[in-house]
Design a protein around this ligand. Structure first.
Ligand code: FES
Length: 64
């Protein structure tokens, strides 16, 4: 599941980052580079990705 198109970040990488950083989106962005280019994937409606970063973080928190 793609979470950031610009930086090719997959959901699994976000999940790993959430294990370390919880819901700290800034720390997750810094670690994975997700959301650090066009910023589309920071918005829930972004069409470039399967799951936006905020949604990916919520999903990971629910699964962990
Ligand atoms: S799609 Fe994530 S920064 Fe562009």
């Amino acid at each position: 599941m793609l979470v950031c198109d610009c930086n090719e970040v997959e959901y699994e990488a976000i999940k790993e980052a959430v294990k370390k950083h919880g819901n700290n989106q800034d720390a997750i962005m810094e670690e994975t580079d997700a959301g650090t280019s066009c910023e589309c994937c920071l918005e829930v409606g972004c069409r470039k990705v399967d799951l936006s970063l905020p949604q990916a973080i919520q999903k990971a928190l629910a699964e962990l």
